[in-house]
Design a protein around this ligand. Structure first.
Ligand code: AMP
Length: 302
């Protein structure tokens, strides 16, 4: 077990994405890749996932060059998870054109013994059966956070509901919160989720910011204001990376720490959307994060 290391499972993907500003084919993506590229600024990250034989060596090197532990990243016969998405003028909503699970279809993670007592676990967006499998192999984590998407709400609802009972923090976007709960009002949706397990719920609303709910407080934050958004892919995952990464670096998960973590998450997401794939996050420097954090504080002070 390593102090402050986050064991994170999720998709490592080849993404083909088109936005009004350009397109990429088979770019490095996946929920846990974005998470790790952003959480690494605050905490150590060990990534759990699987790629196929077609996964380029340079992508593997890129993940390693970010200081991410890849001991639990497997390479298997078959093709890497592939997601094809499209954004029109509304950059808040991705249209999924294709999801090819490929090697993830038969993935049964086996967490090495040295990682099983890790205290912090992040279950990035992937099949909830895989998320549960990972959590089932862990001791008693101090903090477990989990993300998902509409695809799994529609295809694996019972599994997701059983997972919800076991996580401390649940992250989703506004559409997913509504779809999961069947409630139109986000406040009602939040109460619905909080009564089913998690003690903290974070609802992401793209360019409209974030809502954070617990039994004791509610915190609302806008998104960092940007002139240009190039590619929103991974915004939610890089938010989660900044949020969980910062929280884990705090000694106590106090209300103050949660509020600050929400702002760090928003800052990381704002950098991520400035370019395709992990390009901006991998060039990002800590002083740039702190600069935007201070601007954020100034813009929301009253
Ligand atoms: P985000 O924009 O933060 O919601 O996440 C985008 C990332 O999620 C992309 O890099 C995709 O590879 C990945 N992704 C898309 N669909 C799925 C899925 N069904 N399960 C896991 N990861 C996915």
């Amino acid at each position: 077990m390593k102090k402050n290391r986050i064991l994170a499972v999720g998709s490592v993907a080849l993404d083909s994405v088109k936005t009004p500003f350009g397109e990429v084919t088979n770019a490095l993506g996946g929920s846990v890749s974005y998470f790790a590229a952003s959480a690494r600024f605050f905490s150590k990250v060990a990534l759990v996932g699987v790629v196929g034989r077609d996964f380029p060596e340079k992508y593997w090197d890129k993940i390693r060059s970010l200081g991410v532990d890849t001991a639990c990243l497997e390479r298997k016969e078959g093709k890497t998870f592939h997601w094809r998405g499209f954004y029109g003028d509304d950059l808040n909503h991705a249209k999924t054109l294709k999801t090819e699970l490929n090697v993830f279809q038969s993935f049964r993670p086996c967490i090495p013994r040295a990682y099983r007592s890790d205290r912090f676990v992040f279950l990035a967006n992937i099949d909830p059966d895989i998320q549960r499998e990972v959590l089932g192999q862990m001791g008693r984590p101090h903090l477990t956070a989990c993300d998902t998407m509409n695809y799994w709400i529609a295809h694996k609802r019972p599994s997701l509901m059983s997972l919800l009972k076991k996580v401390h923090v649940f992250l989703c976007n506004d559409g997913e919160a509504r779809e999961l709960s069947g409630e139109r009002s986000l406040l009602k949706a939040a109460k619905w989720v909080l009564s089913r397990g998690p003690s903290l719920l974070v609802i992401k609303k793209g360019e409209h910011g974030v809502l954070c709910f617990s039994k004791n407080f509610t915190f609302l934050a806008p998104a960092f204001l940007l002139e240009d958004v190039f590619d929103p892919t991974g915004a939610g995952d890089s938010f989660a990376g900044g949020f969980v990464g910062y929280l884990v670096s705090c000694r106590r998960f106090s209300e103050k720490a949660v509020r600050k973590a929400i702002v760090y998450g928003s800052v990381l997401a704002s950098y991520n959307v400035e370019s395709f794939s992990l390009d901006r996050l991998s060039r990002l420097k800590r002083p740039e994060i702190e600069k935007r954090y201070r601007q954020f504080r100034e813009m929301t002070r009253f």
